[in-house]
Design a protein around this ligand. Structure first.
Ligand code: NAD
Length: 289
């Protein structure tokens, strides 16, 4: 029987640890979450992040801006948050409306407050293996934490396959696995024979956005399978439900460990956001460490 990696439980333990550290060290990490427009999914994400931050004993501030916000206005807000001593983490919820250049906004965030880990400086630190100095993107960081629970921190001798090459999940995931000494292959939309390549993997991380893409014939028996995908599909009862990129029922019997969707990587992402915010606050209070 495979081990089901319970992201909800692991995330809640992590959040407890963050809260205890905050209390013990007498810190008040400040997290600012900026939402532009009224996308309902983004509203839910932002609300959850704020709630988690409060549960951790953080100062939590939410900025709701209208969909018509100009780039200049948003950049001015970022600038003021960059110089606000109470704020240690700044997160701009994506996607942004079309009139705003998302990349310019992300690059305007002070790198030491970039708790999403999307600023070029943090991306570069991860890519060059200067990981301790980096703020790491939350989803791959959470996925790695789950992998570590099964395989430990050193992945020497393990073959890992990452499916998907996005800047927020696939690429940083590959860099993290590489930093842990795994032998890493990235599969993407232009890769021929993906199942054949994936079947060699001891660790599979799927971050695609295609429901059920990874079927049993993609999986080597005993593999650790991490499903990052979150896809809304219609269930048998006609209601919407969430599924991953992995065909769970087909893959689970083959895997040694597997994450469910929902309840796997999803909750880890938000826990790692809290972890990053704490890290940013600690660095600010002790700049030499
Ligand atoms: P994306 O659309 O930016 O990237 C998808 C990647 O998949 C691309 O690199 C593309 O090359 C690759 N791809 C597309 N079709 C493919 C195919 N048939 N075979 C192989 N590769 C293929 O998506 P993303 O932002 O990386 O997100 C991926 C999935 O993860 C989505 O379902 C998203 O909702 C989910 N996600 C979950 C979390 C979380 O917190 N758990 C966070 C971010 C994203």
């Amino acid at each position: 029987k495979p081990r089901i990696l319970d992201g909800k439980r692991t995330a809640s333990a992590l959040v407890d640890e963050v809260r205890e550290t905050v209390e013990r060290e007498g810190l008040t990490p400040g997290l600012a979450v900026v939402l532009v427009g009224d996308d309902p999914a983004s509203q839910v994400y932002v609300r959850n992040k704020g709630r988690r931050a409060e549960a951790c004993g953080f100062l939590s501030r939410q900025y709701d801006l209208p969909a018509t916000t100009t780039q200049a206005d948003l950049l001015a807000l970022i600038e003021s948050l960059n110089s606000d001593p109470d704020i240690h983490g700044i997160l701009v919820q994506l996607p942004l409306p079309a009139q705003i250049d998302a990349d310019r906004v992300i690059q305007a965030i002070a790198p030491d407050k970039d708790v999403d880990g999307f600023h070029y400086l943090n991306v570069g630190r991860l890519a060059t293996g200067t990981i301790d100095a980096a703020l790491l993107p939350c989803t791959p960081k959470g996925a790695l934490h789950l992998i570590e629970q099964v395989l430990g921190a050193d992945l020497s001798g393990k073959r890992a396959v990452v499916i998907g090459r996005s800047n927020i999940v696939g690429k940083p995931m590959a860099s993290l696995l590489l930093a842990r000494n795994a032998t890493v292959t990235v599969i993407h939309s232009r890769t021929p024979s993906p199942a054949e390549i994936c079947r060699q993997a001891d660790i599979v991380v799927a971050a695609v956005g295609v429901p059920g893409l990874v079927t049993g014939d993609w999986i080597k028996p005993g593999a650790v399978v991490i499903d990052v995908g979150i896809n809304r599909v219609e269930g048998e009862d006609g209601k919407g439900k969430l599924v991953g990129d992995v065909d769970f029922d087909a893959v689970a019997p083959l895997a040694s460990a597997i994450t469910p969707v929902p309840g796997g990587v999803g909750p880890m992402t938000i826990a790692m956001l809290m972890h990053n915010t704490l890290q940013a606050a600690r660095r600010r209070s002790a700049p030499s460490s």
